[in-house]
Design a protein around this ligand. Sequence first.
Ligand code: NAI
Length: 291
Amino acid sequence: MLALDWVSPMADSNRRSLADKVAIVTGGASGIGAGTVRRLVDDGASVLITDLDEERGKALADELGDAASFLRTDVSKEEDISAAMLEVVDLFGGLDILFSNAGFGGALGPIVDTSVDDFDLTFDVLVKSVFLGVKHATPLIAERGGGSIINTASICGLRPGWGPHLYTTAKAAVIAFTQTAALELAESGVRCNAICPGFIATPLAYGRPDASTDQIDKMRNAGANSQPMGRVGEPADIAAMVSFLASEDGSWITGQAITVDGGMNVGPLWGDFPEAFRTSKPIRHHRPPDR
Ligand code: NAI
């Protein structure tokens, strides 16, 4: 058979379909998590929404009907993560996809003013949670023949300057843990990737979990022109990448930190490049004449 005659086993399948798949989304009551819950349910998956915020988590689960349920979970507590695994098996029969996404801004301010308690809390919520997710989800996902774990990192984890010290350090740790975990998990068919979002219009980016729609709209409009693509990101932009990584289309991708940021982390806006780079007028270079 010629190589060109080979047909991928996925060629005829319903691309991106997550029918019969089961997912857990942590931090699923708000922002990126809530957007991803909606996307995964649209793709056909059943989703256990976990979050500290019971009111918003339950409201979203009620809205989505039988395809979704809610469990109050603190991602920094091992007993809560274990309980979420038991709940998802009880409700939906197993687990194929874990989106470890819950997070907050963590400690702010200069290092000399940062307490060890602040350090521990920041790392418990942003890093220990990701470790606990991999630890407890891997056996369940492997039991179903493999699947996908996706961790929310950040462009902050790629380069200092976008966020506070400990948030930046924690998100770099999420990337490193994702990569080393992927190497171990590959043998059991479990893929493990991180997504590095840029500036996404959510309460976290506004700096207040209770930010109103109006406040987020203002931030969205104010931030648009500071983005290479001319708009800030939306939860749906990250949800689309989660959906891709969870699907068969992502079946050969593991150990990656995938940036979804409209170009923000690539470099300065084109308009901020030095004038001489942006116009071809001041100096014209010519090829030397042929000998
Ligand atoms: P958000 O504030 O809208 O949602 C975060 C959710 O996590 C909330 O529902 C909150 O209750 C939940 N949560 C916080 N601590 C928790 C805990 N201990 N246990 C369980 N749930 C907890 O924020 P957003 O923006 O949707 O954040 C989601 C993830 O995306 C976070 O990991 C964040 O660091 C990351 N991120 C966000 C960016 C942005 O610009 N919004 C950029 C890069 C990364």
